[in-house]
Design a protein around this ligand. Structure first.
Ligand code: PBG
Length: 322
């Protein structure tokens, strides 16, 4: 046999030399859940190891992550029902707690890169990403609200805004509003191919943001489709997105690869709450080795073509690599 592929697997040294994909803490964005109040650190039941933090506790968490080399954080606020309305007013009201918190986080850690989510669901009494009228999700009316939300987040110091709402035309609309208001340097990481997925449930628990009626299928993509991802990718590219994101990650590795091969923009993938919960649950039962399953799934996402991974595992991975 002239070709013996096993020769390149014969020792740890050779295996390290031929290793094609290497994970780094620098690849990750850590999502963090924010709540109002002080001295609060409330575990999310369906996401073992993940908490909702009040601002003071979140500052401590960010500080410890920065020390581990994690540089970028995606901040998701949780609002109580009494603060929600049809128009997601709290998403842009001037002294609402999450905007004040963003400002303080940026003031305290100017070196941290802060990403924010642009969608109505955590602030909406309907729990949808857009404005609901007679059971329909209105597109263009939603854009106006997303515009106000984006501007408020940029004013509070957001470095990257992440439109996760899947409304048509949002990237171009938000880019224009940012530019007109002097925020040319605020980046847009578009949720380009976001699927109507069963893997978001733990996140909706964390934010109490599940839709009250209906589902998100009229705006999020159908899991059976990949061609639409190319249309979405082209639109986001043309409308000025700085990054294209695929979400969820593990069941959509083909979509990551598709966008990676097609568009010369950095591709991000969101390793979502349900993907985290699956590994944590089976590891807790002793059914698989949680650390190895974590590393293997993160590797597969990077190997598929994601330059950036949003993952709840970021800190655990960083601690492991210390
Ligand atoms: C809100 C939003 C969702 C997630 C990120 N932004 C939930 C949804 O669309 O229902 C999910 C993240 C996760 O599951 O980890 N638009």
């Amino acid at each position: 046999m002239l070709r013996r592929p096993r020769r390149n697997r014969k020792s740890p040294a050779i295996r390290a030399l031929v290793e094609e994909t290497r994970l780094s803490v620098k690849d990750f964005i850590l999502p963090l859940f924010l709540i109002d109040g002080i001295n609060q650190k409330v575990p999310v039941k369906s996401m073992p190891g993940i908490n909702r933090y009040s601002l003071d506790q979140m500052l401590l968490e960010i500080e410890s992550c920065l020390k581990l080399g994690i540089t970028t954080f995606d901040i998701f606020p949780a609002y109580t029902e009494d603060k929600k309305d049809r128009w997601a007013t709290e998403s842009h009201r001037e002294d609402t707690f999450y905007l004040k918190a963003l400002f303080t986080i940026k003031q305290t850690f100017p070196e941290a890169c802060i990403m924010t989510d642009v969608a109505m669901d955590p602030y909406s009494i309907d729990g949808h990403d857009g404005l609901v009228e007679n059971g329909k999700i209105l597109n263009d009316e939603t854009l106006e609200i997303l515009g106000k939300m984006t501007l408020a987040q940029a004013r509070a110091g957001a470095d990257i805004i992440g439109p996760s709402d899947m409304m048509d035309g949002r990237v171009g609309y938000l880019r224009k509003i940012l530019d007109q208001n002097g925020f040319q340097d605020v980046s847009i990481m578009s949720y380009t191919a976001k699927y109507a997925s069963a893997f978001y449930n733990p996140f909706r628990d964390a934010l109490d943001s599940a839709p009250k009626a209906g589902d998100k299928k009229s705006y999020q993509m159908d899991p059976s489709n990949s061609q639409e991802a190319l249309i979405e990718g082209q639109l986001d590219f043309d409308e000025g997105a700085d990054f294209l994101m695929v979400k969820p990650a593990l069941a959509y590795l083909d979509i990551i690869k598709l966008l990676h091969d097609k568009f010369p923009l950095p591709i991000a993938a969101y390793n979502v709450s349900g993907e985290y919960a699956m590994i944590k649950a089976s590891a807790a039962n002793g059914w698989l080795d949680g650390e190895r399953a974590m590393t293997e799934s993160l590797l597969s996402i990077k190997r598929a073509g994601a330059k950036i991974i949003l993952t709840y595992f970021a800190k655990e991975f960083a601690l492991l690599k210390q």
